[in-house]
Design a protein. Structure first.
Length: 166
């Protein structure tokens, strides 16, 4: 039996897309650390952004280089900017400390809202995310890329005495 490489690539790409989009349906789990409850990015989301996306961009660069023509430097600059943008857009890890909600990012400053400064808990993105609004103009968003959405909502409602606004 002869396997067609085009068919194998199409099946592999289809499985990758199902893995990436299907991972948003997984729940994930919250971790207890000495700092507090940690709501990190779901592992499948994290690994697809760290491995699959740069791997895909590398494959694009490799194909462009193998064409025999010289690739302009602007192409490499666009690929570098795309990778930096993806890292900048990574969802930050949310930590519920004993006194505050904290969100730590790779390339953005850390956001902190004390529990007594929480103005509201909003449902965002058609109910797929929870936005914490502070009176210090800081917003912390627990998106569908984070783990344990129900536990996050329940714990925040308990610690802030606020209810989720839908």
């Amino acid at each position: 039996m002869h396997l067609d490489p085009t068919l194998i690539r199409a099946v592999a790409l289809g499985l990758l897309l199902v893995l990436i989009f299907g991972s948003r349906l997984t729940k994930g789990s919250v971790r207890q650390t000495p700092d507090g409850l940690v709501f990190g990015t779901k592992p499948v989301i994290l690994w697809t952004r760290i491995i699959a996306v740069p791997g895909f961009l590398f494959a694009v660069v490799l194909v462009a280089m193998s064409r025999g023509s010289q690739v302009p430097w602007i192409f490499y600059a666009i690929v570098a900017v795309a990778i930096a943008f993806l890292l900048y857009q990574m969802p930050g890890t949310i930590i519920l400390t004993p006194t505050a909600v904290t969100q730590k990012f790779w390339l953005q400053p850390t956001r902190v809202i004390q529990y007594n400064e929480v103005m509201a808990l909003q449902s965002a993105q058609a109910g797929r995310a929870i936005r914490v609004l502070g009176d210090n103009r800081v917003k912390i968003t627990h998106s569908m890329n984070h783990c344990a959405s129900a536990e996050f909502q329940q714990e925040l409602e308990h610690r802030t005495s606020k209810r989720l606004i839908t």
